[in-house]
Ligand binder design. Structure first.
Ligand SMILES: Cc1ncc(COP(=O)(O)O)c(C=O)c1O
Length: 394
């Protein structure tokens, strides 16, 4: 049997990782400014994270949600406190798409409605309703097509006011659009959505799968707007690579037996990983680091003369060129051994490093960026000799 060939891949096999450094099967070293698609929050193979998961596995890895799993309560308490939502409830699942599916179900159970407002260039996952609410026809199979979804332009207050009435079940919006190319909703727009949802009884779902978990310098990107959604979906950075997702649910939703459920969601190993991530974020002040390094990187990137736009908040950064960014990205990888991300906006390069990235690593990236941007590649440039000493060698 072979793998079902659905991914565009680089012909590189990563064998080891630590912090923001990767090594391939030949021992070649790379700098990770992509975090495996915004997943790596506390750094690859963080020693505390490795030991917490290892120790948990020595006791028990899995039992079903038919018994009391105390570690779920521990995670919920910690996440509520650190995120600023101590009075919300937590439902655990396994991925971002699944989190959004559960958010939609809960919204519809709550108000009995079906219509969903989503936004142009959005991405909410690949399962049935999540993909239907994703603005990319290429990944929507005929069976996923859903007439209950309406896509509005982001930040268009008038379109929002015209569409958001008491027939709407839910509005789903990313804290910052990731896959779409790092598009930031304005504070006014988010506030307007919140107030219209309150007025009409529509449920406000904030998809923080990519923009959450400290990436923007606050725990959630929407907290810059001072709004309080009804449901917040999380995944990616939550487990630093261990599959886990969840929804934070306002206390106004009443849990009824069996309305939601999952086999693997909330298993011991996933909870241990997620607790360790929160402990490391707190202990190492990673939200502060994200803001500090992100501000520095954004400011330096804005000084490059040939870029169309630099958008971002903290360590969620989009660099828009005047043309497709694909050869730029390939050069960063093949000539400088630096991973960055693409987006559905072909001109926008995404930078999504671990929240623990250090200034010296950002400077390495900027040096490489400069040589690609100017088309000049110094013949003696070698990122392994840039002054950065990785913690251990492969
Ligand atoms: C904002 C957002 N929501 C949902 C998802 C889907 O997450 P998953 O791939 O874990 O299902 C993604 C994935 O990129 C995302 O960026």
């Amino acid at each position: 049997m072979k793998s079902f060939n659905v991914y565009n891949i680089f012909n590189i096999e990563i064998k080891k990782a630590l912090g923001s450094t990767l090594w391939d099967n030949e021992g070649i070293q790379y700098l990770d400014l992509y975090g495996g698609h915004a997943v790596i929050s506390v750094g690859h193979s963080h020693p505390d994270y490795v030991s917490v998961i290892t120790n948990q596995l020595k006791n028990i890895g899995f039992y079903s949600n038919s018994v009391k799993i105390g570690i779920q309560d521990e995670l919920a308490e910690k996440l509520g406190r650190i995120s600023g939502y101590p009075d919300y409830n937590l439902f655990l699942c396994n991925s971002g798409a699944e989190a959004n599916e559960n958010a939609f179900k809960l919204a519809s159970f709550q108000n009995g409605r079906k219509k969903i407002i989503s936004f142009q260039s959005s991405f909410h996952g690949r399962t049935s309703l999540a993909v239907a609410a994703t603005d990319n026809l290429n990944i929507v199979a005929p069976i996923n097509e859903n007439e209950n979804i309406v896509f509005l332009p982001l930040n268009d207050l008038e379109a929002l006011e015209n569409e958001l009435d008491s027939s709407v079940c839910a509005v789903i919006i990313e804290g910052i659009q990731g896959v779409g190319g790092v598009n930031i909703p304005t504070i006014d727009f988010l506030k307007k959505i919140e107030s219209l949802c309150k007025e009409t009884g529509a449920v406000l779902i904030l998809d923080e799968v990519q923009s959450g978990y400290g990436r923007t310098g606050k725990f959630f990107a929407h907290q810059y707007a001072g709004i309080k959604p009804d449901i917040i979906s999380v995944a990616k950075g939550m487990g630093n690579g261990f599959p886990i997702g969840g929804i934070l649910i306002s206390p106004k939703f009443e849990a009824k037996k069996e309305m939601l459920g999952t086999t693997f969601g909330g298993n011991y190993l996933a909870c241990a990983a997620a607790i360790s991530v929160l402990d490391i974020i707190e202990k190492e002040n990673l939200m502060e680091n994200s803001l500090k390094q992100g501000d520095y990187l954004i400011e330096r990137l804005k000084q490059f003369p040939n870029l169309k736009e630099v958008r971002g908040q903290g360590l969620m950064i989009g660099v828009e060129l005047y043309e497709s960014c694909s050869s730029f990205r390939n050069k960063l990888l093949s000539e400088h051994r630096i991973f960055t991300g693409a987006s559905s906006n072909k001109n926008t390069l995404r930078i999504l490093p671990s929240l623990a990235i250090q200034k010296i690593e950002i400077d390495m990236f900027l040096e490489a960026f400069k040589s690609v941007e100017t088309g000049f590649i110094p013949s003696n440039f070698d990122n392994t000799k840039s002054g950065f000493i990785p913690p251990t060698q492969f």
